[in-house]
Write a protein that binds this ligand. Structure first.
Ligand SMILES: [Zn+2]
Ligand SMILES: [Zn+2]
Length: 418
């Protein structure tokens, strides 16, 4: 049996997060999306930590479930097709700001611990380097290698995953404030890092162009700032429901089933460019322009694709032996919106998505593996056709750049060439 895990998301205590990002709403949306193990997010925040302590009960080793009465209320609001188990895993994203080699460094890291006690220990330590009450994703005046050490010291099984590694300004491999290699950033203890997160603008095939990343599992999570965005990217695992088994899969690759994720062009930093001037450039074009905006002359924000190319030692499309798979998806509301010609938040779209999920079960399996016949047979032939196109990669891509989301949609009828 395999399941989806989404281990990067935020509570309402993080900046720019939906006010309904509480445990009940998170649990409701996670089940609807088909996620079985969900990160808590934000456990460094004192108020959120208190909510976690009050609302979660220990389940399998290192995992938690919602208290009975809370969980019953969640399940009652869901169709029977979405009543699967849901577990929480203690997770937080933190930002570090420090200087190294005469340069200002800033980057985000995901931290995981198997017990509330370990989380409390880590919170004590991190609270000495930054204000934990200001933001669910705190900024710490702390060298990344010290953060890694503090994480590993907080208890057995704790681990760190560099977050959205390529993203400008916030990724450990970003051109602006990052490094050229994971080891350069984290130092001697880097051997304890075994997974890296792609971020929305990159996907595992892009990462595989860089052989220095071969030893890492490439994971994807939603980084959701609203419960409805959970699972827009997720990692599939075939393990016991157990924190340590999940960790082992990430460390060893055994039971690691790859990722489901958006097309990287849909992310906000895929190509290079300058948003204010409406300038979007492919890597080669940006290099020809010497990273200067051809309109205003300011420095371009280097997109993820260009940064990957700069560090790559393999051609695009190379897939080293043993690399796990990756399936690119579009969200169900976007697909239904495309089919109906209505906005993704319109009532009709919402009702159609509800109907699909009621009959066919949670969203991720519908998108990625349910036989198209089943979708068609449930009365949604046009949705089935759109899902089929996405699965075959028949999509039109309008890549994002410099903070502007891209868009991807199923291609119009493909006329087969003779
Ligand atoms: Zn982040
Ligand atoms: Zn410009």
């Amino acid at each position: 049996m395999s399941f989806y895990a989404d281990l990067h998301l935020h509570s309402r205590y993080a900046r720019a997060t939906s006010r309904n990002a509480n445990l009940v709403e998170l649990a409701w949306w996670a089940r609807r999306k088909g996620i079985t193990v969900l990160g808590t997010g934000d456990f460094t925040h004192p108020a959120w930590f208190e909510e976690l302590t009050e609302s979660l009960l220990p389940a399998e080793p290192g995992l938690f479930r919602l208290r009975e009465e809370l969980d019953r209320a969640v399940v009652e609001r869901l169709p029977r097709s979405c009543h699967g188990p849901l577990r929480f895993l203690l997770a937080v994203e933190v930002s570090t700001a420090f200087h190294r080699d005469g340069r200002a460094r800033r980057m985000h890291h995901l931290l995981y611990v198997p017990a509330l006690r370990a989380a409390a220990t880590l919170n004590d330590r991190l609270g000495r380097s930054g204000n934990l009450t200001e933001d669910g994703r705190p900024t710490l005046a702390m060298d990344a290698s010290d953060l890694l050490e503090a994480t590993l010291d907080s208890g057995d099984g704790a681990y760190l995953v560099p977050a959205h590694v390529w993203t400008p300004w916030v990724g450990v491999l970003s051109a602006t404030t990052g490094f050229d290699a994971i080891e350069d950033c984290y130092g001697d203890l880097a051997r304890h890092i075994f997974a890296v997160e792609t971020g929305l603008s990159a996907d595992p095939p892009m990462c595989r162009q860089v052989s220095a990343l071969d030893r890492f599992r490439i994971v994807s999570y939603s980084d959701a700032h609203a419960p409805s965005r959970l699972g827009r990217e997720a990692t599939e695992l075939a393990t016991e429901l157990d924190y340590f088994a999940i960790r082992h899969a990430l460390e060893s690759g055994e039971g690691f089933q790859g990722t489901v994720e958006l097309f990287p062009e849909a992310g906000r930093y895929h190509l290079s460019g300058h948003r204010r001037c409406g300038v979007r450039l492919e890597p080669a074009e940006a290099r020809r322009a010497r990273q200067r905006c051809p309109v205003c002359g300011k420095r371009l924000t280097m997109g993820v694709l260009q940064r990957v190319e700069d560090l790559a030692d393999r051609p695009a499309g190379a897939r080293p032996a043993g690399a796990a798979g990756c399936r690119n998806l579009l969200a169900l509301d976007d697909l239904v919106a495309g089919v109906t010609g209505l906005g993704p938040t319109s009532k009709t779209v919402r009702r159609t998505v509800d109907a699909l999920i009621e009959v066919l079960g949670p969203e991720l399996p519908i998108l990625e593996r349910l036989p198209l016949d089943a979708v068609e047979g449930a009365g949604f032939p046009e949705v089935a056709e759109a899902i089929g196109k996405v699965r075959r990669g028949q999509v039109v891509r309008d890549p994002g750049f410099d903070g502007q989301y891209g868009s991807v949609r199923p291609a119009a009828e493909v006329v087969s060439a003779r």
